[in-house]
Design a protein around this ligand. Structure first.
Ligand SMILES: C[S@@+](CC[C@H](N)C(=O)[O-])C[C@H]1O[C@@H](n2cnc3c(N)ncnc32)[C@H](O)[C@@H]1O
Length: 243
């Protein structure tokens, strides 16, 4: 695996199998993680002192580790439970040598534990990196979760993690207050979420390409995407389906 430096200075990697980088090299791995996933997650659950997060898929661990960093910096009393399915066990095992930034220096033991045992627990933090197929995992996982970081490879290269049926499983796990964060703004992705009853919001700001937040409840701080209008303008657009 070849590490690649992205534009914010943080490192990502290129997958020859999926012919895709693990992160947007332009937005930056750390920046993308913070802006598209972590900040919306904490904003939408302001005041909540325990967060249960599904991190699809663990990959290089940026989303999970940046969540710890953000919690420790701004909400140190919040407890975190993170469940992260990931197919590539060898990748997770190799992360002990990954060039993370200085910010993550306090997490050295956590990174070691995740790469060796796939789990870490203390009184504020519980993380499980499950070496399994996310699709299957979402069918068997139970409970009500607050956030799903939907961060698979793109719909074009990993379509099974973006179908209407896949999001039906995510819907069940998100309950009434859970939110889905994703870098994808593709209409097919938004349709798959919309057809599962989600309202779509635009996550936009300086220094990163626009992203999406999906929720069953009304969200403050994000502009609502007018899906009825988009469907009228694109009558042939369809969500991805398992078939
Ligand atoms: C875009 S990367 C994830 C980046 C990661 N969220 C991070 O913060 O570094 C996509 C990951 O999905 C994994 N993957 C692909 N298909 C999968 C599946 N069906 N189940 C679980 N993981 C999968 C790949 O091995 C890869 O590590």
């Amino acid at each position: 695996m070849q590490w690649v430096q992205s534009e914010d200075g943080s490192y990502t990697a290129f997958s020859a199998e999926y012919n895709e980088h693990y992160h947007s090299t332009k937005d930056g791995a750390l920046n993308e993680s913070l802006k598209k996933h972590i900040e919306p997650a904490f904003l939408c659950h302001k005041g909540k002192t325990d967060l249960k997060i599904i991190d699809i898929c663990f990959g290089l661990g940026w989303n999970t580790l940046a969540t710890l960093y953000y919690r420790d910096t701004y909400f140190p009393t919040t407890t975190l439970e993170i469940y992260s399915p990931e197919l590539d066990g060898a990748l997770v095992a190799s992360l002990i040598d990954f060039p993370y930034p200085e910010w993550f220096a306090p997490y050295k033991d956590i990174i070691k534990s995740l790469s060796k045992k796939g789990e870490y627990n203390d009184d504020r933090t519980s993380i499980l990196v499950d070496i399994t197929d996310a699709r299957m995992a979402m069918q068997t996982l139970r409970g009500a979760w607050d956030v799903c970081y939907q961060d698979a490879f793109s719909p074009a290269s990993n379509p099974l993690l973006w179908t209407r049926e896949y999001f039906a499983d995510i819907t069940r796990l998100m309950g009434e207050v859970g939110i889905v964060t994703t870098y994808s703004t593709a209409l097919a992705t938004r349709l798959a979420l919309y057809e599962n009853g989600f309202t779509l919001y635009l996550n936009e700001g300086q220094g990163y390409r626009s992203a999406t937040v999906a929720s069953h409840r009304e969200l403050e701080g994000f502009k609502r995407v007018d899906m009825e209008h988009k469907i009228r303008c694109n009558p042939n657009a369809v969500s991805l389906r398992d078939s």
